[in-house]
Design a protein around this ligand. Sequence first.
Ligand code: FUB
Length: 362
Amino acid sequence: MKRNSFILTSAIAVICSCNDAASDKAPTADSSTVKISTENNKYLSQPLVTHIYTADPSAHVFNGRIYIYPSHDTATGTPENDNGDHFNMMDYHILSMDSVGGKVTDHGVALHIKDIPWAGRQLWAPDAAFANNTYYLYFPVKNKQDVFQIGVATSKTPEGPFTAEKEPIKGSYSIDPCVFQDDNGSYYMYFGGIWGGQLQRWNNNKYDSAGKLRQPDQLAILPRLAKLSADMKSFAEPVKEIKILDSAGNLYKEKNNDQRFFEASWMHKYHGKYYFSYSTGDTHNIVYAIGDSPYGPFTYKGILLAPVKGWTNHHSIIEKDGKWYLFYHDIQLSGKTHLRNVKVTQLFYNPDGTIQTIHSQR
Ligand code: FUB
């Protein structure tokens, strides 16, 4: 995963950084922190925690408290490539806070890869849901054949620890699960990611290890969705594709990489409409599209979060006490692609239901 401008920025950041490349701990209060802090006012928000690296924040309000389910980035020394092998995460830590701006608690290890019987490597972006008096943690990880699937783990408390099911969710594949509860109590999982997320290997829900990315003039690969069963551990229906349309009603082509889906699905509802948001990956935006059904189609509306410092862009959206918030990440603390830090900022709607674009650097 590379882009030319970012390689240059990264190179400068690596030269300037005093952080230990072999450590997965974010800097504590030392001279390197002071050096970084002179740049702090360039950013819209500051990292929520600085003692570990965190990314891909899926936020939820459970029992009136904000819980954040992030990836836990680690420096394993795996070289960077377009498959994202450098995102080689081993466990999850769940964060929580009473309100935005309040003290953030790290609840420690909630699930470790060694406790997932079917897992091979790379614990990527998780999500969580509450049903049946149980908290469910959904996570993508490569199985022992190096193919991404999605697993589920359960706990009686939102912060875990979580116990993983022995097998992945049957029929699941690729990465970045987002579990959305509709007003009628139905739950849907949105998922998928191209490139390292392997979505290009899945056509009609069948695996093809030789599956290729689309050519510029071909239709773009679409994100996926399935309704969850009442047990929250299985799909209630075959996985479906989600149509994202331009204002003329056409599907995007691969060459429309400013708008087409790449990874990092999120679903929320606002004034009765379904807002499907996602990352455009190699163009680094979080964009959104609006529809009338959880199944879509969704019509593209614009950029929600402009590119952040770093290659990946990943987010979630919640409402708390009448305000809407965007959780996201960048690489302010480390200057390194794979060592990210989660952040939050308020999100604002226009009267017509569109969302004001957020720029994370001033
Ligand atoms: O954290 C690993 C991967 O990077 C996530 O699954 C993607 O969404 C991107 O943020």
